[in-house]
Design a binder for this molecule. Structure first.
Ligand code: HEC
Ligand code: HEC
Ligand code: HEC
Ligand code: HEC
Ligand code: HEC
Length: 464
């Protein structure tokens, strides 16, 4: 057995060496490396130059025949993934002052997901590349032709999408999607099972440090290990099953209905039972608002408001213990998810005696909107490898804290209240969310920054 195994390693190793030699020979003899081999290689330089920017078609061209989908995508965070001012500020902030080459490597890697069309067409390849020189098309972030040219991903993290784009507007190539009977006189179409599953999302929504391999974002893995990734088709809900069913007044979460959205995928196309929406709303309430899109801001708010449930257990109050249960009822992943070292979800607690005097508080913001140190916060804290917390993901060598609520599950908090008679009083608990701590935002963009909107995700009140 052991022999067989080491033989296999030998064979694999020889094959790899052969492949490397072939690739070198190929590269010397042909000006352009073949797309397939260029993509599979790990080296970012080769992958970055795999395509020509003119091969990709601008979203508004797609929008001419897919107007509804275009309008939904237009104000989405996918469109703004490159232009997002918070992302740009954080990216610059994280890069400044670094000297460790491994840390710099991570700090330079952001464009792979945030400016993906630029990355695969050769510019930018690094976060520090001059933003002025980035082609306009690449600035449009995660766009139609990028996702619909994808065929598969070999690893479900750090954006490993394999692409087969066409050759621009004159020769648009194949657009891949969920229909088996689609016809378009403009572009070729193909059914793609890959597009109907969570992996197409997961390849970007799981982020690992490029050198230390610390898990920086794990939305896909959280979903994969959770109850929504069920073999039972009745219970199975993919990312698309929530996020591409949402539309105004239909939050489409784990705790709400997710009715189909019948209609037309294209002008002149047939009527369909369900058209997957392209709003891609998460929890970002403030950026759509800054962009003047109040509807999308409301949609993010409504998503958050259907995510969690709170319960107050009074049974141990005689021992001055307050027990609070926080349940994730609506999200297909942990609560919160994504950039959880930056996001803030916390409990705001107030206990009043029978005269209305406040005898206990937790998680109440000060005048600068900062939280007290002892607030109960659901988040992730990264460390430098020696147990000291770091804020910069480029320096994240370990995870010091990861306290969040898994899908369908609860976390229980027990608080000790002051030894006072609380009879006739009241306990009020709220679960709050904002996209970043105000402290971090102030540090990055300067104090006096407009306070971030705060959403009350759930509330509970009991009389004592
Ligand atoms: C982040 C990747 C992504 C982006 C960006 C994106 N799409 Fe899609 N699109 C998908 C996925 C995934 C599906 C299929 C979902 C499923 O089957 O579960 C889809 C479905 C579709 C469909 C089939 C009809 C439907 O909606 O069900 C069309 C047409 C389409 N997209 C066009 C577009 C256009 C036009 C744009 C740009 C305005 C765009 N897409 C942007 C991922 C994307
Ligand atoms: C000239 C009109 C036109 C333009 C421009 C156009 N499409 Fe389409 N597309 C259609 C029609 C018509 C359909 C068929 C709709 C159906 O089957 O319901 C379609 C279907 C699709 C599908 C579904 C494929 C499937 O098998 O599920 C995708 C994905 C898609 N288009 C993406 C795009 C993208 C991306 C662009 C821009 C690069 C684009 N389209 C530009 C007309 C167009
Ligand atoms: C090419 C990489 C990539 C792919 C593929 C991708 N995403 Fe994203 N997604 C991102 C990035 C980057 C952002 C954040 C942009 C920002 O906020 O600056 C984002 C943002 C989002 C948000 C908004 C988060 C918020 O806080 O409001 C949602 C929801 C989302 N994606 C869902 C999906 C789903 C569902 C799919 C699969 C159909 C998908 N994404 C595929 C990279 C990707
Ligand atoms: C059962 C419904 C459901 C499923 C399935 C689901 N989500 Fe979500 N998602 C939510 C809800 C509700 C929220 C808002 C609460 C929150 O922020 O977690 C959310 C929020 C998000 C956010 C924003 C997080 C933040 O705080 O910035 C992203 C990004 C996201 N989802 C991506 C995904 C991806 C990728 C998948 C698949 C791997 C997925 N979701 C599966 C319901 C779902
Ligand atoms: C593998 C893909 C990937 C890479 C690489 C990546 N990100 Fe992201 N980024 C995402 C996804 C997915 C989201 C959305 C998650 C969420 O909303 O919580 C996101 C969201 C963000 C946001 C939140 C934006 C907002 O408006 O709230 C910031 C800031 C950010 N990323 C910074 C960075 C920086 C800085 C780097 C490089 C050091 C980087 N990202 C590298 C995938 C990536």
């Amino acid at each position: 057995m052991a022999d067989l195994k080491s033989n296999r390693h030998l064979v694999n190793a020889s094959l790899m060496i052969l492949a490397v030699i072939l690739a070198i020979v190929y590269n010397i003899h042909f000006k352009e490396a073949p797309k397939e081999s260029a993509q599979i290689k790990e080296a970012p330089k080769e992958a970055a130059q795999a395509f020509d920017i003119d091969q990709f078609i601008a979203p508004d061209t797609c929008g001419a025949c897919h107007p509804d989908i275009y309008a939904q995508w237009e104000n989405s965070m996918h469109h703004f993934s490159h232009k997002d001012r918070i992302y740009k500020a954080v990216s610059d902030f994280f890069r400044s002052g670094l000297s460790d080459p491994d840390e710099l490597k991570e700090a330079e890697s952001c464009v792979k997901c945030h400016t993906p069309v630029g990355y695969v067409t050769g510019y930018p390849t690094k976060s520090s590349d001059d933003r002025e020189k980035i082609p306009e098309l690449a600035q449009m972030g995660i766009q139609c032709d990028y996702c619909h040219s994808a065929t598969t991903a070999h690893k479900i993290y750090n954006n490993d999408l394999q692409l087969e784009p066409g050759n621009g507007e004159e020769d648009p190539g194949v657009k891949r999607g969920p229909f088996k009977d689609s016809e378009s006189f403009y572009h070729e179409v193909a059914y793609s099972e890959f597009h109907t599953n969570a992996e197409i999302c997961g390849t970007c929504h799981d982020v690992k440090h490029v050198v230390f391999e610390t898990d920086l974002e794990t939305t896909y893995t959280e979903w994969k290990n959770g109850p929504y990734n069920s073999d039972d088709p009745e219970k199975r809900i993919t990312c698309q099953g929530c996020h591409m069913y949402q539309r105004p007044d239909v939050p489409a979460t784990g705790s709400t209905e997710r009715p189909a959205n019948p209609g037309y995928a294209a002008e002149g196309g047939p009527e369909r039972e369900h058209i997957f929406t392209h709003y891609f709303v998460g929890a970002n309430v403030y950026l759509p608002k800054l962009n003047g899109d109040l509807e999308k801001s409301r949609m993010a708010m409504s998503r958050l408001q259907h995510s969690a449930a709170l319960a107050i257990d009074k049974s141990h109050l005689d021992q001055h213990e307050l027990i609070i249960e926080v349940k994730n009822i609506g999200a297909g992943h942990y609560l919160p998810t994504g950039l959880t070292d930056v996001r803030q979800m916390w409990l705001e607690i107030e206990v009043n005696d029978k005269n209305g005097n406040t005898v206990f508080t937790s998680g109440v913001r000060d005048k600068d909107q900062y939280l007290p140190d002892d607030a109960i916060i659901y988040n992730t804290v990264f460390g430098d490898g020696k147990g000291n917390p770091v804020r910069n993901i480029a320096q994240a060598r370990e995870i010091l804290k990861d306290k969040r609520v898994p899908p369908g599950e609860s976390l229980v908090e027990t608080l000790v209240l002051p030894q006072k008679d609380l009879t006739g009083g009241q306990i009020r608990v709220s679960l709050m969310y904002r996209s970043a701590s105000q402290k971090l935002l102030d540090e990055i963009t300067g104090k006096g920054t407009h306070p971030l909107p705060i959403v009350t995700m759930a509330e509970a009140t009991v009389e004592i």
